[in-house]
Ligand binder design. Structure first.
Ligand SMILES: *Cc1c(COP(=O)(O)O)cnc(C)c1O
Length: 229
């Protein structure tokens, strides 16, 4: 059986090879290891290999892990849908959230972020494929929401996030990823804090890197398949 250690090395290697292939500087793309539903022991194996950034989708599960490790050198990213009644736990525990698509949630996170902590890093989620069942705002809604978030000082606007189209049509996915890249470049011009394009998962990381991703969110390719929730 392939171990987490081997799969993590292989993911890091794939990222490096893809950057070389598309002539992208090797400091550009960060690996977010998505550890949702996976036990503490799995995360410990990744930490032993030097992995520091972890992604979680479920608030209470993520908070339990953050408090268990209680390690300031780790970065915890919330990447799941967030309801109003759970914002306080995210504000008090996580370093990042990638799924902001409403001002109301952003305002609550701002109000609830303890002043003793660094600003909560924010990516705005874009529904670039326009699929109905998907969260995220449309590209035309981005300038206003970005501006509003940039004015909340317990938050730090870092960039935008998308979930790739579930499709075998790589041309379609690539077209959407390149639209994201354009939105990201425009946003960077406007806000000095913006440096993150969160795009690419186990199945589409190469297309994402080719199209300017700066952070790929990899779960199953590192930790193995997840049991259905
Ligand atoms: C689960 C999840 C991932 C990781 O997906 P894999 O296909 O397992 O790599 C990435 N991003 C989000 C938002 C997720 O929910």
């Amino acid at each position: 059986m392939t171990t987490i250690t081997e799969r993590l090395k292989s993911a890091i290697n794939t990222i490096a090879l893809t950057q070389t292939k598309f002539n992208i500087d090797h400091h550009t793309v960060q690996l977010l290891a998505v550890s949702k539903t996976k036990p503490i022991g799995d995360i410990e194996q990744a930490i032993a290999q030097g992995q520091r950034a972890f992604g979680e989708n479920y608030v209470q599960e993520g908070v339990d892990k953050i408090q268990f490790f209680n390690n300031p050198s780790l970065d915890w990213h919330f990447i799941g849908p967030l309801q109003s009644n759970k914002t306080k736990l995210v504000a008090e525990n996580f370093d990042w959230i990638h799924t902001i698509d409403r001002l109301k949630i952003a305002k609550r996170l701002h109000d609830q972020r303890p002043s003793s902590m660094a600003a909560l890093n924010i990516c705005i989620q874009i529904n670039i494929s326009g699929e109905e069942n998907k969260s995220g705002i449309t590209p035309t809604q981005l300038p206003l929401l970005a501006k509003q978030i940039s004015q909340l000082d317990h938050l730090c606007l870092r960039g935008i996030m998308t979930i790739g189209h579930k499709s075998n049509d790589s041309g379609l996915i690539e077209n959407e990823f390149s639209q994201m890249s354009q939105l990201f470049e425009n946003l960077k011009q406007e806000f000095a804090t913006v440096d993150t394009l969160s795009m690419g998962m186990s199945s589409d990381l190469e297309l994402a890197i080719k199209n300017g991703s700066t952070m790929v969110r990899i779960g199953s390719a590192i930790f193995g398949q997840r049991a259905p929730k």
